[in-house]
Design a protein around this ligand. Structure first.
Ligand SMILES: [Zn+2]
Ligand SMILES: [Zn+2]
Length: 124
């Protein structure tokens, strides 16, 4: 089960503070055009629905999640699988590696075939 919006907002990172600092809808908070790949590790590209800013280079935007459409946020009182995926990036600071997969499991998420080891599928 995905987190409720309230739980998602309150979810704490390793520093004990709420992990997600903000969500941008329809644009990238860093000001980059959505289709400009600016983070190869996270594979931001034109086919993704969302990405998150997790590195030191992201500065003030570290902990932000950007989604393409309002529909990517979720429905009713549950956040979307997309946001749960990005939360796992935000709390770990990792790309699609074992650390991230363990966080996904802790969050009760199924890691789909595109995100299993050795996959070279599209990333988000
Ligand atoms: Zn962004
Ligand atoms: Zn991802």
């Amino acid at each position: 089960m995905n987190l409720s919006l309230k739980e998602f907002r309150a979810y704490r990172g390793r520093d004990g503070k709420p992990a997600v600092r903000g969500i941008a809808v329809g644009y990238c908070v860093r000001g980059d055009a959505w289709d400009d790949p600016h983070d190869r590790q996270l594979g931001i590209g034109k086919h993704t629905h969302a990405h998150s800013h997790v590195s030191k280079d992201d500065g003030q935007y570290r902990g932000w999640i950007c989604v393409r459409e309002f529909e990517n946020l979720g429905r009713k009182h549950r956040v979307s699988g997309t946001l749960m995926h990005e939360l796992a990036h935000v709390i770990t600071g990792h790309g699609h590696d074992d650390v991230w997969r363990r966080a996904m499991t802790r969050l009760g998420q199924v890691v789909g075939p595109a995100w299993q080891k050795r996959s070279r599928g599209a990333q988000a």
